[in-house]
Design a protein around this ligand. Structure first.
Ligand SMILES: C[S@@+](CC[C@H](N)C(=O)[O-])C[C@H]1O[C@@H](n2cnc3c(N)ncnc32)[C@H](O)[C@@H]1O
Length: 216
């Protein structure tokens, strides 16, 4: 296949060139994405991020969870391992979804900005995806559409910082333009899209973990 522009799912979404590049980038890395997550240096970064995300999510036992940008399922595995009843794992890359483990997981091929499911959730999570999305506030709005009143949405994003800029440069080197975030971006965009900011935690070396709560 010549790139991913021939993929049916991209035709269906009328995806922009930018998101086609994102799908292509992650689909090419899907096979060993999970394995690499468990190796240095990613494993070292992942450990701090995982602790922060677990802390903001709290108890997931018995929960039905919507995960946006699930990738190969690093966090999906953790959620299921900690007793989540079911995870709906959304991703734009079918190659990434193919790497999800078996278990109480429903893979959903779609764009987190626009996909629609016919259910609402108390718990939503998105790690390492928002920076790749053309319109990050559209993701917050779409998450709000899928959230029950009082629901919690936990995100992991790269922070506006020296290391964040290095991370942005890393992705620019292979043609992806990513966004960096700060607390102010969430304070501004969360209320506009149906959320309130409850916690913002800095996670070294360059991330922010954020907990939003759906307004009633
Ligand atoms: C850096 S990976 C993170 C994967 C996983 N959350 C993790 O922490 O290992 C980003 C993932 O987001 C997906 N993605 C990027 N933009 C997306 C969008 N608009 N909708 C759904 N998935 C998207 C990519 O295909 C990729 O699998």
């Amino acid at each position: 296949m010549n790139g991913l522009t021939d993929r049916n799912e991209l035709r269906r979404w009328d995806a922009s060139h930018a998101s086609a590049k994102v799908v292509e980038y992650f689909s090419q890395r899907a096979c060993d994405y999970q394995t690499k997550s468990l190796r240095f240096p990613w494993a070292w970064m992942r450990a701090a991020e995982l602790a922060a995300i677990r802390g903001l999510l709290g108890d997931v036992e018995g929960g039905e969870i919507l995960e946006l940008g699930a990738g190969a399922g690093f966090y999906t595995r953790d959620l299921v391992g900690r007793g989540a009843r079911h995870v709906w794992a959304v991703d734009m890359s079918d190659a990434m979804l193919a790497m999800l483990p078996s278990g109480p997981i429903t893979p959903v091929l779609g764009d987190a900005q626009t996909m629609r499911l016919s259910r609402r959730f108390k718990l939503l999570v998105s790690t390492g995806m928002l920076e790749f999305v053309r319109d990050a506030s559209a993701v917050l709005a779409n998450a709000a559409y899928h959230a029950e009143p009082g629901a919690c949405f936990v995100l992991l994003v790269p922070r506006t910082s020296v290391f964040g800029r290095l991370y942005r440069r890393f992705h620019r080197a292979h043609g992806l333009r990513i966004h960096l975030f700060d607390r102010n971006w969430f304070e501004t965009n969360a209320p506009r899209t149906g959320w309130l900011v409850r916690s913002v935690v800095r996670v070294p070396p360059f991330s922010l973990a954020v907990r939003l709560v759906r307004t009633e």
